[in-house]
Design a protein around this ligand. Structure first.
Ligand SMILES: *Cc1c(COP(=O)(O)O)cnc(C)c1O
Length: 234
């Protein structure tokens, strides 16, 4: 039995079922396989099962794993999903196609600077706080909109904003989870009206325990670790 391949098939089926159940006509739900704390061999197993999109949350670990993998697998791409320290931006820009966890304006400045040096464009998502729990994400909506203003003015020509990311609170209360995802969707709807020159179509929301709810609320990228690779040994 191929454990990872089997899990990916099951998740893809569940994503499709949730999409149909939610009445969504679009088929734009991407599966991001979160391989943090799992070895390159597991990533390769996923690649062999047809998976091309991966997520990691720690830059050093991602660099070690994916610099190698890129040599043999040219069609895979990596999204960074963990809070990004300033001193890791250089490596982050080197290895990632997308940084989903942009949570402050100074980070945009640093990413733009590194992109200029490395002569590379990079996609980003803006991470927003939507739950009660204070985790990562922009501190305030004001700050978020300031960032969007700057992006809309093309202050960061190497940065391509694609949308938003959030984490729901860790709770079994499904109402709170719905509310968190709904909050992000409403922010997106508002921004699509106000920033017509930005694309912003992606909503990265939903993890192993709540991705079906996220899909009901309009998620376009689900970030799944445990349900694909198994429990992590921290
Ligand atoms: C680890 C992680 C995930 C995946 O979590 P699972 O519960 O294992 O699916 C998703 N998003 C972020 C930001 C993460 O850090």
């Amino acid at each position: 039995m191929n454990y990872i391949k089997n899990n990916i098939e099951i998740i893809n089926e569940k994503i499709e079922k949730a999409r149909i159940k939610s009445g969504r006509k679009d088929d734009k739900i991407k599966l991001l396989a979160v391989s943090k704390f799992h070895p390159a061999e597991s990533v390769i197993e996923a690649i062999n099962a047809g998976q091309t999109l991966f997520g990691e949350n720690r830059v050093q670990e991602a660099d070690k794993k994916f610099s190698q993998l890129y040599e043999n697998y040219t069609n895979i791409s990596l999204h960074l999903i963990g809070q990004l320290q300033s001193n890791k931006v250089k490596t982050a820009v080197k290895i990632a196609k997308c940084i989903q966890s942009v949570d402050r304006i100074p980070l945009l400045e640093l990413i733009e600077k590194q992109c200029t040096i490395q002569n590379k464009n990079i996609e980003i998502l803006l991470e927003v706080h939507t739950g009660e729990e204070s985790k990562s994400g922009f501190d305030s909506e004001k700050e978020l909109y300031n960032a969007l203003d700057l992006l809309a003015q093309n202050k960061y020509p190497h940065i391509i904003p694609k949308g938003f990311m959030t984490m729901a609170p860790f709770t079994s209360d499904e109402k709170l989870i719905h509310k968190s995802f709904e909050t992000l969707r409403k922010i997106q709807e508002n921004c699509l009206k106000n920033y017509t020159n930005l694309e912003l179509k992606e909503l990265s929301m939903g993890m192993s325990n709540d991705y079906e709810i996220a899909i009901q609320e309009g998620s376009t990228i689900v970030r799944i670790g445990t349900a694909i690779f198994g429990e992590r040994n921290y």
